[in-house]
Design a protein around this ligand. Structure first.
Ligand SMILES: Cc1cc2nc3c(=O)[nH]c(=O)nc-3n(C[C@H](O)[C@H](O)[C@H](O)COP(=O)(O)OP(=O)(O)OC[C@H]3O[C@@H](n4cnc5c(N)ncnc54)[C@H](O)[C@@H]3O)c2cc1C
Length: 457
């Protein structure tokens, strides 16, 4: 490799970085992606894809257990962890191969190595200087821990959790956010005793409160234990397990402690500050058009404060390439990006919670309706409980949709169109949803808000 020049140089080949490069070359720019590990980043190798593979395996375990309920003679004989891991690894390997081909087909130059920003237009990779008219920073995130809580041995992060060669008998999880509840769900389905420790009063505390409460009910029913509103104090470990001490004096003993307390930005030592980029606690500050304070340097994905989601990364990657091309792309605020938690039951939401909508528009100007999945034939066939809640401004648009129940992730596409297109319930109500589908739950919610409920009172 030698010194090279491009229109756009992207530092980091995760969801955000490679999306930026693909859109850049579509727009006629030359683009390079510098990646120190594997293209696809956290999402493909350590995040979204492998965890969802595990969640699917977990669902199959539950289906096998529950076959009898449907008159099918199945039983769960056990979990072959080596084969579950092989399924996950093969899946990731296939997607990785596909992604490499995709970048090649888009004529993107992939430069292997650790890059360091050395000026607003240059990145150093080993002895080579890579120059870009524009630089896009996309170095992603890592699993954080708490001060004094050292990762190692039986105190693990999600990366280690994915690699476990056994189903733990008992596992403690610190953090009841997305990653914590997803692993809790998997391990419980695989037969482990699970205890979640969450400092805030609810699991998935960023969701609509009624959704959090329903998840807590569902987890209780599944035998997943959780301690809410209590803070972690310390942990000790030996060859056999961990003992977690909480500030209220309680202790939790387990084989492992999974630390799932959020993700920090990967920015340390990469030259960003030296080049004069404004930062906040390690995150790169970018304006709503994703430009940093240094002209020509942009930031996207998990290093930019806000939702840390792969599809936000894709959107920001596409956005930044179009912005550089002068296409004036539309800003999508974080609140209008769909969020999905893939535990059982699934949670999917977009837009404002009812409390936030009331704050923003005034309580008297907001109406909500919560449709119970019990009224939906397909949900009853699947044997799932839950709700679809929509929040509207009176005589105005739907500003939030919040769902819990099996397979709700598949409904969030329609929900995000409704919210982002600022549709009124009256716009959606005349449109037809196939029967019997879970999609009908959104149709029914809109019908009710439009004043003409069908399967609701
Ligand atoms: C367990 C888990 C489950 C998740 N599940 C979901 C989910 O279901 N849905 C969802 O939307 N999101 C999910 N996420 C979040 C999602 O993975 C991230 O939001 C997404 O990967 C962020 O993309 P990114 O491109 O900003 O960063 P990353 O994917 O972290 O990519 C950054 C890349 O930059 C590279 N890099 C860093 N520094 C350098 C350097 N100096 N030189 C060269 N290369 C460098 C890294 O090697 C990495 O490949 C999950 C995350 C985890 C941990």
């Amino acid at each position: 490799m030698a010194d090279q020049q491009f229109d756009i140089v992207v530092l980091g080949g995760g969801s955000a970085g490679y999306a930026a490069a693909i859109r850049a070359t579509q727009l006629g720019f030359s683009a390079a992606v510098i990646e120190k590990d594997k293209l696809g980043g956290t999402c493909l190798h350590r995040g979204c894809v492998p965890t969802k593979a595990l969640l699917h395996a977990a669902e199959i375990a539950d289906v096998a257990r529950e076959g009898e309920h449907y008159g099918i003679n199945t039983s769960l004989d056990g979990i072959d962890v080596a084969r579950v891991n092989a399924f996950r690894e093969n899946l990731v390997a296939g997607k990785f191969k596909g992604l490499q081909g995709l970048l090649k087909a888009n004529k993107i130059t992939v430069i292997a190595g650790e890059g360091k920003l050395t000026s607003p237009t240059t990145v150093q990779v080993g002895g080579d200087t890579i120059t870009g008219k524009h630089i896009v920073l996309a170095t992603g995130s890592y699993s954080r821990t708490l001060p004094g809580l050292e990762i190692g041995g039986r105190v693990i992060t999600s990366e280690h959790a994915l690699e476990l060669q056994e189903v733990p008998q008992r596992v403690a999880i610190l953090g009841g956010g997305v990653i914590g509840v997803e692993f809790a769900s998997v391990w419980r389905s695989f037969g482990a005793e699970v205890t979640i420790i969450e400092g805030l009063p609810h699991l998935v505390p960023n969701e609509e409160e009624s959704v959090s409460k329903q998840l807590e009910r569902a987890f209780r029913k599944r035998g997943i234990d959780f301690k809410l509103g209590v803070r972690f104090k310390s942990v000790s470990q030996d060859a056999n397990g961990v003992t977690v001490s909480l500030e209220d004096g309680a202790t939790v003993s387990a084989d492992y402690l999974l630390v799932a307390v959020g993700r920090g930005p990967v920015t340390q030592g990469l030259g960003f500050e030296e080049v004069g980029i404004e930062m906040d606690r390690g995150f790169v500050l970018a304006n709503e058009r994703l430009a940093t304070n240094v002209p020509g340097v942009y930031a996207i994905g998990d290093i930019v404060p806000g939702l840390q989601l792969a599809h936000r990364g894709y959107q920001q990657g596409i956005f930044v390439a179009e912005e550089i091309a002068g296409l004036n792309p539309v800003v999508v605020e974080d609140v209008n990006i769909p969020k999905v938690t893939y535990c059982d039951p699934e949670i999917a939401s977009v837009g404002l919670t009812e409390a936030k909508a009331r704050e923003k528009f005034g309580a008297e100007n907001v109406t909500s309706y919560e449709y119970n999945l019990a009224g939906n034939a397909k949900s009853s066939i699947l044997g799932t409980a839950g709700t679809v809640k929509a929040v509207r401004v009176n005589d105005g648009p739907v500003v939030g949709v919040h769902m819990i129940g099996a397979r709700m992730s598949e409904l969030v596409g329609e929900a995000q169109l409704i919210v982002n297109w600022e549709a009124h319930p009256e716009d959606v109500a005349p449109l037809v949803h196939g029967h019997p589908t879970q999609n009908e739950t959104i149709g029914e919610t809109m019908l009710k808000l439009a004043g003409k409920p069908l399967h609701a009172i």
